[in-house]
Design a protein around this ligand. Structure first.
Ligand code: BG6
Length: 522
């Protein structure tokens, strides 16, 4: 299975080879559903953290949708596991309430009736050996189906859960383990987790999740770069002036204040999501689209990132923390007043970084990364600014022309625009920037898959391409750790910014020092 098999329709049957429908096919047509369901293997999915926020908000809705679209075998069991003493009926009731809330119009009572029959629940205290006996009994009745353990718990429980499932004898050679980020809190703790998991599962059984890799537009970036000859000659120093990667959220820390306060934006977002986006944008063309070919190239980018430590960290990074403010018309309280957050917290809720990649392709091209909570807009985008024309033949206001710019918007809407200069209609020769635009929602009428739908489907099918390999995770932490170490010795904490703004003024200054501006400031 390779990446483009996951993206492109198969000429044979019009379905993605993963069993996903093409964007244009109606996945719910009876024949497409029946064929896809038949191709989907029987499986037992054990969901640790089964009553948690991620399970209720994302994982169970994703499984429901895949089931509704005929992508999941009816011979499947989804076993929610958590420490609460729930009955199967209570778990099913909780799931139904969550699906009604998060699926909105997609909830269908008939489908729910069938889907709910797949659900089971077991009370398991992660570290209590005796609690695993019931799980072993349940799984033992079907030793031959694909067995997946999804760990959607705090990362400090990963090692304990792995040890206990191994001790309970429920890890088979074909079992798969799915680990939700963050994987550890620094390079050392990530290595400990990876050592424990690696002693029980081979690398080919480990699915480390970064849900950004499951997003449709991220895969579109791969299609754009490697499905078109046009961009490759331009994709380098000398042609590209600088790159911006922004993932801005309007949301605050919601109910996760306690977790977030121990984590901060650099570990919650940069170590994983932003660096993965950077890798896909900057990697060399892989020799093939097989999982390891792609992951090898991403790893080279991470290893070529110029280290940022000590005094450099204070020049090339900006941390911020939100204060009370207004987002749209809604008042938002300050971070230190959020439930679960230390009132004197120095945890950053905003980060901007100037990253550099020391390779022939990218030497001298800055990559500006920026992410934060309670920002002005909900927006994730990659902005590639090309070099200016070397000499303008036009005079007056057009003697200096703005550079071409490629914008790849991931959310909230998904589009790709290329800004070019064109002549305004009329007698005079006036130039004006205009966008060549590809609206992915409009061009492909089908429903794009949610990230977790794709990732769960890929794991059930055994496709590792969109999951992180251990060495990628290690390399990412090794780049992040020195930045955090430098921050820890800095007397100044994160800079305050008002909720609803674009972050601290120092973030604009960081990029302005090089003569550029963030896309929203232009
Ligand atoms: C998660 C972070 O990984 O990604 C959250 O832990 C963040 O803090 C979320 O809100 C953002 O994901 P998305 O898909 O909504 O952009």
């Amino acid at each position: 299975m390779n990446l483009f098999e996951a993206i492109l329709p198969s000429p044979k049957n019009g379905n993605f080879i993963t069993g996903l429908p093409t964007m244009n096919a109606d996945p719910r047509s009876p024949s497409a559903s029946a064929a896809a369901r038949q191709a989907s293997p029987a499986f037992d999915l054990v969901l640790f953290g089964g009553t948690g926020d991620l399970a209720m908000r994302k994982l169970l809705p994703a499984l429901y949708r895949r089931f509704r679209d005929g992508q999941l075998s009816r011979d499947a069991r989804i076993i929610g596991v958590a420490r609460g003493p729930l009955s199967r009926e209570e778990f099913t009731g909780k799931t139904e309430a969550a699906l009604r809330q998060y699926l909105g119009g997609d909830f269908d009572a008939g489908v729910w009736g069938e889907f709910s029959a797949l659900l089971h629940y077991l009370r398991v205290e992660a570290t209590a050996k005796e609690d695993y006996a019931a799980l072993a009994d349940l799984l033992g009745s079907r030793p031959d189906v694909v067995r997946l353990f999804f760990l959607s718990t705090a990362p400090d429980l990963f090692s304990a859960i792995c040890r206990e499932i191994a001790a309970a004898g429920i890890v088979t050679p074909s079992s798969r383990i799915m680990l939700e980020k963050p994987l550890g809190e620094d390079a050392a703790s990530a290595a400990r987790i990876n050592d424990t998991v690696g002693a029980l599962f081979s690398e080919r059984q480990i699915y480390r999740i970064d849900h950004y890799l499951g997003k449709e537009t991220v895969q579109n970036l791969l299609a754009l770069r490697f499905g078109n000859a046009l961009f490759e000659p331009l994709w380098r120093r000398g042609q590209i002036r600088h790159v911006q990667i922004t993932v801005a959220e309007q949301l605050g820390v919601e109910s996760r204040g306690d977790f977030y306060d121990r984590t901060g934006a650099i570990r919650d977002m940069v170590q994983n999501h932003l660096l993965q986006l950077l890798c896909i944008l900057a990697m060399e063309p892989p020799a093939s689209s097989a999982a390891d070919a792609v992951r090898d190239e991403k790893l080279k980018v991470l290893r070529a990132l110029r280290p940022i430590g000590d005094a450099e960290a204070l020049l090339k990074t900006v941390r911020g923390q939100y204060r009370a403010g207004v987002i749209g018309t809604t008042k938002a309280s300050g971070y230190q007043d959020e439930p679960g957050v230390d009132p004197n917290s120095r945890t950053e809720t905003f980060v901007a970084i100037k990253a550099e990649i020391d390779t022939w392709r990218w030497a001298g091209v800055p990559f500006y990364l920026r992410t934060g909570k309670r920002l002005h807009e909900h927006l994730a985008e990659l902005v590639i600014t090309f070099e200016q024309v070397p000499h303008s033949i036009f005079s007056g206001p057009f003697s200096s022309l703005p550079p071409n710019r490629l914008v790849i918007r991931l959310q909230p809407d998904e589009f790709i625009t290329l800004r070019i200069m064109a002549k305004s209609p009329g007698e005079a020769l006036r130039l004006k920037p205009v966008d060549l635009a590809l609206d992915l929602g409009e061009s492909f009428k089908g429903r794009p898959l949610e990230a977790y739908e794709r990732l769960l489907g890929d794991a059930i099918q055994g496709n590792l391409t969109l999951f992180m390999r251990r060495d990628e995770v290690d390399a990412a932490w090794h780049w992040i750790d020195p930045i955090r170490a430098a921050w820890a010795t800095d007397d100044d904490g994160p800079r305050p910014y008002a909720a609803g703004s674009w972050g601290p003024a120092a973030s604009s200054a960081l990029i302005a020092r090089d003569g550029f501006a963030w896309n929203d400031e232009q």
